[in-house]
Ligand binder design. Structure first.
Ligand SMILES: C[S@@+](CC[C@H](N)C(=O)[O-])C[C@H]1O[C@@H](n2cnc3c(N)ncnc32)[C@H](O)[C@@H]1O
Length: 279
């Protein structure tokens, strides 16, 4: 229990809620401090306001790159979640891995507001959220070879041909993911879009020793992210993979290889589009 509780007159244990006031714990009532999405508990619980933190990263450096030690006040392995949505993975990972510092980024201010609020309410000191494109973050603000893990869960497929140029996973993006990772650093990618996955399987192994994962993540069998939960509930296949940065590949070689690879012009199958309203 995150707050001390009190015994009420009936002798039942009454937990203190997010306001710090005691609330009756009733067997069949959902605990208001535990949030759920599609029935799946969101990691952690809402703490009393006195324990809330500030997970917003509101300003990027006017010049130069992010200084991780300054941002988090310590030196620790850095984990990035690009296109983090409502922050479910970042928050779950930050809660279970207090030894790691996390930055989640997304281009949609609304989802970042949700992520920050939940991060704050869980008292996280090892997570930050910023409204920013994933490619731009790496290209402009991330010191080469300074990040331990980069995660991309369900990058937006962009079904409309006029939007295809906005797809995140491109050869140039993979080259900058490779540049950002420390030697042996981890890249995790997953999608429920078969066309995107075929493309990912073709291009990612150029930069990473890549392995397809068979089966769900053991740490989150119901889904690491909101979109993964939705996809599994809809019985869509979820394609998961991870790889370590190829150590023999220089930045110049990676850029040269990226130039020779095809852009992500796959057919994203418009029938899958309806799911985006949920996930
Ligand atoms: C299908 S959602 C997945 C969100 C989350 N990762 C999940 O699995 O639930 C795709 C997310 O990518 C974001 N996005 C699209 N283009 C992006 C970009 N260039 N950089 C960062 N985020 C982007 C969208 O705003 C959206 O929140």
């Amino acid at each position: 229990m995150y707050l001390s509780g009190v015994h009420n007159r009936a002798g039942n244990f009454a937990a203190a809620g997010p306001t710090g006031h005691a609330t009756m714990t009733q067997p069949n009532r959902p605990n208001p401090d535990i949030e759920r999405e599609f029935g799946v508990p969101f990691p952690g619980r809402i703490l009393a306001p006195t324990k809330w933190t500030q997970t917003a990263l509101k300003e990027m450096p006017a010049e130069g790159r992010l200084n991780w030690a300054e941002l988090f006040g310590r030196v620790a392995p850095i984990v990035l979640d690009l296109g983090c949505g409502n922050g479910r993975f970042t928050i779950g990972s930050a809660l279970t891995r207090s030894t790691h510092d996390h930055l989640g980024t997304d281009i949609l201010p609304m989802v970042i507001r949700y992520a920050r609020k939940r991060g704050n309410q869980r008292g996280l000191t090892n997570a930050r959220f910023v409204v920013l494109g994933g490619h731009e973050l790496l290209e402009r603000y991330v010191e080469p070879h300074s990040v331990a893990e980069i995660h991309c869960y369900h990058p937006q497929p962009f079904y409309d041909p006029a939007q295809v140029h906005r797809r995140l996973i491109t050869p140039a993006f993979l080259a900058v993911v490779h540049r950002s990772l420390i030697p042996g650093g981890l890249f995790v990618i997953q999608t429920d879009n078969p066309g995107y996955w075929r493309y990912i399987r073709d291009v990612v192994p150029v930069f990473f020793a890549f392995h397809e994962r068979i089966g769900r993540w053991q740490d989150s069998p119901k889904g690491r992210t909101r979109r993964e939960i939705v996809a599994m509930k809809k019985k869509l296949p979820v394609f998961r993979g991870h790889g370590t940065a190829r150590p023999d590949l220089s930045e110049a070689d990676a850029l040269r290889l990226a130039d020779a690879l095809p852009p992500p012009t796959f057919d994203a199958e418009r029938r899958l589009r309806d799911l985006d309203r949920l996930g």
